[in-house]
Design a binder for this molecule. Structure first.
Ligand SMILES: CC(C)(COP(=O)(O)OP(=O)(O)OC[C@H]1O[C@@H](n2cnc3c(N)ncnc32)[C@H](O)[C@@H]1OP(=O)(O)O)[C@@H](O)C(=O)NCCC(=O)NCCS
Length: 497
């Protein structure tokens, strides 16, 4: 076999000690089985879910360039999910390169393109792709900065690059040990690894904006083939002091900006303040419209979906600023003026929600235990979560506070104070808020539910005919929505027409 990767995996497959590893790498000679297993893998499912949460769910209109597609299992899986995919690889290999990928090019009727390309230049036009996908590829690249400048060039404004499962080392001993103990490197001679800072600097120096960096324990994307165990923390200090081994990280970065023609004029300096915070926000969050005097504390911990609109004088506050995403605002969400959204745990506002002006949503409160101390220095309650599911309407002056979920499709009346869970498709009113109406899928009407019995009756009807799950409801809304973006004028920005 000519191709070094073909030789490496062929040798591994015929070596009883490495056969299992080759199987887990989806590099066996059974191309169909490799593709099906990767498509069904938790790792792939989770990666696509993350792309969706970053505003790039599978759509035929969303173009993906897979760089280093190898035998094409991810190109197949991405195309099968619904993206338009081009797979690119420098190897023509029959077992692990483009020739192998061609074998699954029409598998199950799934179509994707394949291109053989050598060298560091990506032979594609500027601004051609919504997503660049690379799995176990970036760490092979020696000139990270040069390569990422090419990636930046071929991405569309607002496009994402996701680099999954890349090798991170923390000292030179680990480099030596990684290169010398790698089971295939003696054949391929092509392995590589970098310090975490080398990756992040290469992205940053090319103007990429960080969306998410997954540590080795944050997701099944990195833990595979081991299962994901929730609540584990990555110990960077322990990792750095190890003499051998390495760690797998995954990177999600975004090319800033939205196409020029969609951009609304930035407010005058007098409106935006001397340091022009809105321009920082526009840079960080592609395709989101900002009003004037919006303050965001903890930008790195916040995700906002495309098409959303944040009204004048709103305040987003993340009290704990670590590597986690702690506040997630969905796509096409309208946050009215003077809203306060604050978290010291995890807070989510689902797609298509509408927050009227002066809404307060928070999962934390001031601690007031000690009467001898100022409240302000007693800290805030931590570890709670508030989830407002998709398509909820929170009325003017309403307050949502505590550790709770407001079910999808619900309405919170003006001035209500919600402190407990609200079932999906309910109307709640008052302080404390009580459920006054619920949607009955049997009668297809909103019914008054003044008593526990009447509420139970609707819940029983729902048990019988069912209600859409969150995913189903999201899909339903995506299909029903005739808009992809909230009108920028709604944000305020001192615009009069
Ligand atoms: C909740 C709301 C949507 C009305 O919903 P609805 O299902 O049509 O409710 P109804 O008008 O049938 O009212 C039902 C009962 O609740 C009462 N009610 C309505 N809104 C209420 C409120 N905010 N607080 C307390 N009671 C309220 C009504 O007076 C009525 O009482 P009754 O049964 O004794 O006559 C509306 O009252 C509201 O609060 N809208 C929010 C307005 C807003 O924030 N706009 C900003 C635009 S983003």
């Amino acid at each position: 076999m000519e191709d070094p990767y073909d030789r490496a995996y062929d040798w591994g497959w015929n070596n009883p000690e490495l056969r299992r590893l080759v199987y887990l790498c989806y590099k066996t000679p059974d191309f169909v089985d490799n593709a099906h297993r990767f498509f069904a893998s938790e790792e792939f499912g989770e990666a696509v879910r993350m792309l969706g949460s970053l505003g790039k769910p599978p759509r035929k209109t969303t173009t993906v360039l897979e760089i280093g597609c190898g035998n094409g299992v991810a190109s197949y899986a991405l195309a099968r999910k619904g993206y338009s995919v081009i797979g690119l690889d420098s190897s023509n290999g029959k077992l692990a390169g483009i020739e192998a990928a061609r074998k699954i090019q029409n598998l199950d009727g799934v179509q994707f393109e394949l291109v053989h390309a050598a060298g560091d230049k990506i032979e594609c036009d500027d601004g051609s792709f919504d997503i660049i996908w690379m799995r176990e590829v970036l760490h092979h690249i020696k000139d990270l900065k040069g390569f990422l400048s090419e990636a930046m060039r071929v991405l569309k404004p607002g496009g994402l690059i996701c680099c999954l499962r890349d090798t991170v080392i923390w000292n030179e001993n680990q480099r030596q040990s990684f290169l010398s103990t790698h089971p295939f490197n003696h054949i391929t001679q092509d392995e590589g690894c970098h310090y975490l800072q080398e990756y992040t600097e290469a992205f940053a120096s090319n103007g990429f904006i960080v969306e998410k960096i997954l540590t080795p324990v944050d997701s099944v994307i990195n833990t595979y083939p081991a299962p994901f165990v929730p609540d584990r923390k990555f110990d960077e200090q322990a990792a750095s002091s190890r003499q051998g081994g390495y760690d797998l990280f995954s990177f999600f970065y975004r090319k800033p900006g939205i196409p020029q023609e969609q951009r609304i004029p930035a407010p005058e300096p007098a409106e935006s303040g001397a340091s022009s915070p809105e321009s920082a926000l526009t840079l960080r969050f592609g395709n989101v419209t900002w009003g004037c005097h919006v303050q965001v504390i903890g930008m790195e911990n916040i995700l906002i979906g495309p098409g959303s609109c944040i009204g004048d004088n709103t305040w987003f506050n993340v009290c704990i600023r670590d590597r986690q995403i702690r506040m997630k605002i969905g796509r096409c969400v309208l946050i009215g003026r003077q809203a306060v959204v604050s978290t010291a745990g995890f807070l989510e506002i689902g797609d298509y929600c509408v927050l009227a002006p002066r809404v307060y949503v928070a999962d934390s409160d001031h601690v007031f235990k000690d009467i001898n101390q100022p409240v302000m220095q007693q800290g805030v309650t931590q570890g709670r979560s508030v989830v407002v599911e998709e398509n909820c309407w929170l009325g003017i002056n309403s307050v949502v506070s505590g550790n709770l979920t407001i079910g999808r499709g619900s309405v919170v009346a003006a001035n209500a104070v919600v402190t407990k869970d609200v079932p999906p498709f309910s109307v709640v009113m008052g302080s404390p808020a009580i459920i006054v109406k619920m949607y009955n899928p049997l009668t297809k009407t909103w019914e008054k539910t003044p008593t526990p019995e009447s509420r139970q009756q609707v819940l029983s009807a729902r048990d019988r005919v069912g209600i859409p799950s969150r995913d189903e409801y999201r899909n339903l809304l995506d299909h029903a929505a005739v808009f992809k973006q909230i009108e920028p004028i709604v944000a305020g920005r001192n615009v009069n027409i």
